[in-house]
Design a protein around this ligand. Structure first.
Ligand code: SF4
Length: 258
């Protein structure tokens, strides 16, 4: 991938046109120029939601090393690994920047635990999705409140569902443009980037954890298993997502280019 001519800013444009332009421009750009191009093309607040996985760490490095005006936030579910909290702290120290946390609503967590038990998410897919809704999806809505663009670390090879995801698209439910600047990167590519730039990463990756989420819902994967096999491994279905990458709210008329 080359650091090619940057995606140019334009006048006011409808969100779909911006998303299409970014999608066609992303192919020839490196990570920094994809992010910088998105920053120029989309007016208003851009947000990276990080779970401190390898992909999010690569994007965080690209944003902070270039001082791009992109917010970095995380969803602290209250069930993360100690290693994830340690990496969060290490990342803030390395880049000298605070990563804002969004927490679940206390009353919702108390109600879920009272009804289902502390690990009640294992009882059924519905219970698990209810836990993810309380601890992840609702806080995500607040994290993205007022945002024009949402940057994620989604890669196409992570799952069959993610394989059909575009680089940039209008998320009409949330009223913003969703950007996946690592969509075409392989895991090896991300690991090489992190290694090359000395980016701090979660030590669980060295123990076979490929995709890292909440501690009770994540295990290491065996050689040859799909990347996301370690997430909610007791569920058999193919499309295992927590709900962050699907769903709600009305789109404003103007997510416009600056
Ligand atoms: S990943 Fe597990 S603990 Fe975390 S929010 Fe979802 S069900 Fe709850």
């Amino acid at each position: 991938m080359n650091a090619h001519a940057p995606i140019s800013a334009s006048d006011v444009a409808p969100p779909n046109a911006i998303a299409q332009r970014l999608t066609s421009g992303f192919r020839d750009l490196d990570l920094v120029n994809r992010l910088a191009g998105a920053r120029r093309a989309i007016a208003g607040r851009l947000v990276l939601t990080t779970s401190f996985g390898l992909e999010d760490q690569a994007i965080t490095h690209a944003i902070l090393s270039q001082n791009l005006a992109i917010d970095i936030v995380t969803l602290d579910t209250g069930r993360l690994f100690p290693q994830t909290y340690a990496l969060w702290s290490e990342t803030e120290a390395r880049y000298g920047r605070r990563i804002r946390a969004f927490y679940p609503e206390r009353l919702s967590v108390e109600a879920f635990v009272a009804q289902h038990g502390i690990d009640g998410f294992r009882a059924s897919i519905a219970a698990r999705q209810a836990c993810c809704a309380v601890r992840k999806v609702e806080p995500l809505g607040r994290a993205l409140d007022g945002a024009s663009g949402w940057i994620t670390g989604v890669r196409a090879e992570q799952s069959s569902e993610r394989a059909i995801t575009p680089y940039a698209s209008v998320d009409a439910a949330r009223g913003l443009i969703k950007l996946n600047p690592l969509l075409d990167w392989t895991r090896e590519h991300v690991a090489a980037f992190v290694h090359e730039h000395g980016v701090p990463y979660n030590t669980l990756h060295d123990e076979g954890f490929l995709s890292i989420g909440c501690a009770p819902c994540t295990r290491a994967v065996k050689p040859g298993e799909p990347e996301r096999a370690g997430r909610w491994w007791w569920e058999q279905e193919d499309k295992k997502e927590c709900g962050l990458h699907s769903r709600p709210r009305p789109i404003p008329e103007t997510v416009v280019a600056s």
